[in-house]
Design a protein around this ligand. Sequence first.
Ligand code: GRG
Length: 304
Amino acid sequence: MQQEERSFDVNLRSYQKTIHENLTAFFLGSDSSPDLTSRAAIYSLMAGGKRIRPVLMLAVSEMLQISTEIILPFACAIEMIHTYSLIHDDLPCMDNDDTRRGMPTCHVQFSEPVALLAGDALLNRSYEILLDACSDGNIGKIRAAGFLAAMAGSQGMIGGQTMDILSAGQKIPEETLRTMHKKKTGCLLTAAIVLPVFLMNESKMQHEIESGLQRFSEHLGLGFQIKDDLLDVTSTKEILGKSIGKDAEEDKSTFVTLFSIEKAQTMLEAEMNLAHNELILLRGYGLDTVFLEEISTYLLHREK
Ligand code: GRG
């Protein structure tokens, strides 16, 4: 067991290192003298974070035998989109947070206008990187890039954020809460997990693998969000690296405020079991799902 834990840890760190070492270069491209906005973007991009989305993308790619060279631009692009969403989410016009990833938020460190532009720059750069990755005209890469754009857009993450804003101060039904989080948190995780399927070599099982990974990602995404809601009431600012207790303070509907800590914990475990069941089915297609099983357990028990 200890042996398994060590090897998961080694794999996780190795994926995180690959991302960490390449993000700045991908963001800067040929820019050798970054201006204030670019420096603010790099400040947030390199402030740490678990790198869950690109790690999942690299792990699924390895499982599907897609090379690091092919997936790396997509993995860096998704972390840039995620970081832009955090910068914008922290702005005074949204959640108004002063700490993120254990550091002052982008607008506190720089200024509101610069943080707004830094988020925009990260989003624009991510699309430049995606377009560049597609420049050989490969249809799988073009579909992969389009899928990531859609998952981040108004039917996906931005759509979820819109529902979140509109539901402020209201008690919303459980189904609405689930839909909101499926979009706001889940869509980017789905992008990370499903996108590599577009880059696979022809496989008879491609459709089944895509559907299985899609369902796995949806359960993992909901579980990830329920855990986020739980950490907001059970953790500390020092451990999480961001403000806590804001959900209740702002009268937000979450799995904890709508139900209870105990019920949310039960719902979290149910989602993770459903995610696990999907992996068992995927194993039946000859896929090595060990890392995905281990990362699901890691996310279930994570402290930040
Ligand atoms: C502003 C366009 C726009 C969208 C904002 C994703 C999002 C939508 C806002 C971020 C705020 C939030 C709490 C979203 C829920 C998803 C979530 C738990 C984000 C934090 O992701 P982690 O835990 O963060 O992966 P690190 O710092 O580890 O990368």
